[in-house]
Design a protein around this ligand. Structure first.
Ligand SMILES: [Zn+2]
Length: 341
């Protein structure tokens, strides 16, 4: 009889009903008039007198445990049901907020630049990150001994023939000229790779956007006006630009472009190092050698190209000066751009 009592006790303790009906069914099975406990009580009447004391205590304990357990379970189920009902009925309860991501600052700036040039009629062109020597250097008038071709600057994947990670997005311009005849008006955003030590001011991966416009009669004045429009759209209506002579293998003449410092209004501050100007990009008229190398007649067509680092523009817009932050993807950094959605 002790075995029966212990078995029932174990089942009572392990019982976990999902609904009130299930609990009631269990209660009748144990405590009801024809229940298992009642049957044990009947059996108790027939046991030998010397066993009555011990078995009587066991039976009492079982009855108390079963009753308490069933009452506790009933309360639990009742509360859960009331809770569910309250949740459905109370329409004024605040909703639960889903965590939202934010756009990466590099994506925000890239999108803004693309949108500005889209208004000038540019379409986006893309190209592979793994390139060959022709598309990155040769077609762009890089002389064979140019230092950019050196192992110090370029990540080579294979030698002879040279397969490498593109060091600038100008390779997309070459691919565009290969498949399209003028007029060409494209903007080329993308990741580029250079063999540099990582620091706050340099990284082995960064992002560029380049533009290319080729048609009959394209002049340096067109280039200057396009870039002035870009500068005013991105840095504000008061922004002025200036151009300084420079050198790139693929443009002639070439220039560096500065915008007036939007922090000090041109008076000079520590961001612009007291000059009132901030360097933002390189540009120039497409070198006739580049046009010829890509099957475009330089007697008939002319064009301009420009290129900028997206990190550089993001730095000027948001004041984030450490390049590494753009790649670490620390959510405490990224969350600060929520409002820019
Ligand atoms: Zn300044």
């Amino acid at each position: 009889m002790t075995n029966k009592i212990n078995d029932l006790l174990r089942r009572v303790e392990a019982f976990k009903p999902q609904a009130a009906a299930e609990l009631e069914e269990f209660r009748i099975k144990i405590l009801g008039k024809k229940g298992e406990l009642t049957a044990l009580m009947e059996e108790f009447k027939t046991v030998a007198p010397e066993l009555k004391r011990e078995l009587g205590q066991q039976l009492n304990r079982l009855k108390t445990t079963a009753t308490e357990r069933i009452n506790a379970l009933r309360e639990e189920l009742g509360n859960a049901a009331a809770d569910r009902a309250a949740r459905v009925e109370d329409m004024t309860r605040p909703g639960s907020a889903e965590p939202l991501g934010s756009r990466h600052p590099i994506s925000l700036v890239r999108r803004e630049i693309v949108e500005v040039f889209a208004r000038l009629g540019y379409t986006v062109a893309e190209g592979p990150e793994i390139e060959d020597d022709w598309h990155v250097f040769s077609a762009l008038n890089f002389p064979p001994e140019h230092p950019a071709r050196d192992m110090q600057d370029t990540f080579f994947i294979e030698k002879d023939p040279d397969i490498l990670l593109r060091t600038h997005t100008s390779s997309i311009q070459v691919r565009t000229m290969e498949r399209q005849k003028p007029p060409i008006r494209v903007i080329c955003p993308g990741r580029v790779f250079r063999n540099e030590a990582i620091s706050s001011r340099a990284h082995c991966i960064f992002h560029q956007i380049e533009g290319l416009y080729i048609d009959e009669g394209v002049s340096f004045a067109d280039l200057k006006q396009s870039l002035l429009y870009f500068a005013k759209e991105v840095f504000g209506g008061q922004t002025a630009i200036r151009m300084r002579p420079s050198y790139f293998p693929f443009t002639e003449p070439s220039a560096e472009v500065d915008v007036s410092c939007n922090l000090c209004g041109g008076k000079g501050c520590n961001v612009c190092k007291g000059t009132g100007w901030l360097e933002i990009m390189g540009c120039g008229m497409v070198d006739p050698n580049v046009l010829t190398a890509n099957g475009i007649d330089p007697q008939k067509y002319s064009g301009f190209a420009f290129g900028m680092g997206i990190e550089r523009i993001a730095m000027l817009k948001y004041g984030v000066k450490d390049l590494r932050l753009y790649f670490e993807n620390d959510v405490r950094f990224l969350r600060q751009f929520d409002s820019a959605l």
